[in-house]
Ligand binder design. Structure first.
Ligand SMILES: Cc1ncc(COP(=O)(O)O)c(C=O)c1O
Length: 386
């Protein structure tokens, strides 16, 4: 099969693919159809938390496949409840709604915030504040939440009730929160698709305080930052805050699709019978895999992630062609003097797969990447930057 021709003929044109077919892998290694090996510094965009073909995760998934692949949410299933209980324990949240993707997890957060406000304050208090340069998904409503015009072109009209504020503009944020028309503020603490830019801590703490004071819900989008990625289970722990709603996906499933919306004491009972649902949400196989992933994100792994971040920063410090490194834990981006696209292509030719975010090179390697492979990948990156 000529995969490039067939792909072009049968697949919608939404993805600009690299000139690379991937057929298998093992841990941090991927292989193409000619058996060339690549070090994976992208993890399927922060999805394959413990790499490819991970034995422990696979065992959990296959064991569940042997039992039951799907029922519906009309019945109780054990993996779903186990996962919800574990997530609550690890996150400090109280209840969970399961969906299938990040965008859906955010849709649920948005619906919940609006219902919370409508139940308590009546109509009209429905607007959600998000940030410029944010990314919250591709459905019409999560696109409306997304503060980047390049994603909006051609798709209007949008869901009304979203305002985008400049990151760190606390005066504007305060004015809006106090206005009486806002039901929630929704933030990525590290803007991922926007270029791996961490928000200023003072801005985040002040926003949290204002939200509490004016009973405006704080939603933290942990879809890219969650599940240990930044060196804490969720990135809000690194900021020392506790949201009213948190959304999770990507790394949670370890490679199978799952999304989760987590609620605290204030929001746990907002959704009631019939107000939300999903056919596949909380699928037993996805949940069984996710239980395995969540159980393995322990303090040893988290401190290892922080150590690896330090190693990467040390290796790149002062390197020729490297302007700066941003991000947290194993969610990092490198600003280079040469074009990021050219560097990524060069690294690919030399057996390492990197991602880009805006004009930067982005890395999201498996959380347990072998240090030697990681060093090799960074060495190849450095050479490409020169
Ligand atoms: C912060 C953030 N929110 C939401 C999404 C959307 O997730 P999904 O593609 O699973 O719908 C993404 C995806 O990149 C993301 O990075």
């Amino acid at each position: 099969m000529n995969i490039k021709n067939e792909d072009k003929k049968y697949i919608a044109n939404t993805y600009r693919r690299f000139d690379l077919d991937l057929v298998k892998g093992n841990k941090e290694f991927l292989y193409d159809s000619s058996d060339k090996q690549y070090i994976d510094m992208g993890s399927g965009i922060a999805v394959n938390s413990f790499g490819i073909n991970d034995e422990k995760w696979k065992e959990a998934v296959i064991a569940q496949l042997d039992q039951l692949q799907h029922t519906s949410n009309l019945y109780y299933t054990y993996p779903q409840v186990k996962l919800a209980k574990l997530l609550s324990k690890k996150s400090g949240m109280k209840k969970v709604f399961f969906a299938n993707s990040g965008a859906e997890a955010n849709e649920c957060a948005i619906k919940t915030a609006r219902k919370y406000s409508s139940d308590k304050y009546g109509k009209g208090r429905y607007t959600i504040v998000t940030l410029e340069n944010s990314f919250h998904g591709r459905t019409i409503t999560t696109l409306s939440a997304t503060g980047q015009d390049m994603f909006h072109k051609d798709f209007g009209p949008f869901t009304e009730g979203f305002i985008h504020v400049k990151a760190d503009d606390i005066e504007k944020m305060a004015e809006l929160i106090k206005s009486g028309s806002i039901c929630a503020v929704m933030l990525e603490l590290i803007q991922g698709e926007g270029g791996v830019i961490p928000l200023d801590k003072d801005f985040v703490l002040k926003t949290e305080k204002l939200c509490k004071e004016y009973d405006v819900l704080l939603i933290i989008d942990e879809i890219q930052t969650g599940l240990g990625r930044t060196g804490a289970f969720y990135s809000y722990m690194r900021y020392g805050i506790q949201p009213d709603i948190a959304t999770s996906a990507k790394g949670l499933g370890g490679g199978l699709p799952i999304g989760a919306t987590l609620f605290n004491e204030k929001t746990q009972d907002v959704l009631d019978y019939g107000s939300h649902g999903s056919t596949f949400g909380g699928n037993p196989v996805c949940c069984a895999g996710a239980v395995n992933i969540v159980n393995r994100i322990n303090s040893r792994l988290l401190s290892d992630i922080i150590e690896k971040e330090k190693m990467i920063r040390t290796m790149l410090e002062g390197a020729k062609g490297v302007e700066s490194v941003s991000g947290m834990g194993l969610m990092l981006a490198v600003k280079t003097t040469k074009s990021a696209k050219e560097i990524v292509a060069k690294c690919m030719a030399n057996g390492v797969l990197y991602l880009t975010a805006k004009d930067k090179i982005r890395m999201l390697p498996p959380l347990d990447i072998n240090k030697k492979s990681m060093e090799k990948a960074i060495r190849i990156l450095k050479e490409a930057c020169e």
